[in-house]
Design a protein around this ligand. Structure first.
Ligand SMILES: CC(C)(COP(=O)(O)OP(=O)(O)OC[C@H]1O[C@@H](n2cnc3c(N)ncnc32)[C@H](O)[C@@H]1OP(=O)(O)O)[C@@H](O)C(=O)NCCC(=O)NCCS
Length: 138
């Protein structure tokens, strides 16, 4: 049976297993157990996991900074795709972000992940051609 619940810090190991085999998902230094715990503490109840029985098959990290919502690490295990699990995870997270009073949510996708860019377009997100993204390592 498919079930959804809020992500907990203890889900880290299973999440990493999924993220490591998910295409287009940068496995980065921010994916440590401590950084996930920190993220979930700062953004309680906005990140979710999906299970089939005891197997973790989907994840989403959701949060906001008081101004914009952000979604990271939406992933659905390959053999379970096409069953609205990705959309359900996005809806769960967006509901929480919206109920926190946030009016816009942002997803950053690597530019070589065009296949999955269409998922966001299909699910109500607009492509922002007017923005460039900049970052600095601290
Ligand atoms: C993107 C991803 C999460 C979609 O998960 P999923 O569970 O298969 O998606 P859903 O079944 O919920 O699809 C919801 C809708 O989007 C559509 N859709 C799903 N993937 C799509 C894609 N790649 N392109 C276009 N539409 C897509 C579905 O057809 C469905 O539309 P419908 O209701 O009209 O049939 C999954 O393919 C994945 O894990 N991709 C790799 C990781 C990734 O790129 N994540 C995003 C970066 S954070």
């Amino acid at each position: 049976m498919i079930s959804y619940r809020v992500m907990e810090a203890g889900d880290h190991e299973k999440c990493i297993e999924l993220w490591k085999v998910t295409e287009g998902m940068g496995f980065i230094e921010s994916d440590t157990s401590d950084s996930l715990r920190f993220y979930l503490e700062r953004n309680p109840g906005i990140s979710f996991v999906c299970h089939n029985e005891d197997n973790l098959i989907g994840t989403i990290l959701g949060g906001h900074d008081g101004r914009r919502g952000y979604i990271y690490h939406l992933a659905v295990k390959k053999e379970y795709r096409g069953n609205l699990i990705g959309k359900t995870l996005v809806d769960l997270s967006l509901d929480k972000i919206k109920s926190a009073g946030i009016q816009r949510c942002i997803i950053m996708l690597k530019s070589d992940n065009e296949a999955n860019a269409n998922f966001w377009l299909k699910n109500g997100f607009d492509r922002r051609e007017d923005l460039n993204m900049f970052s600095i390592d601290l």
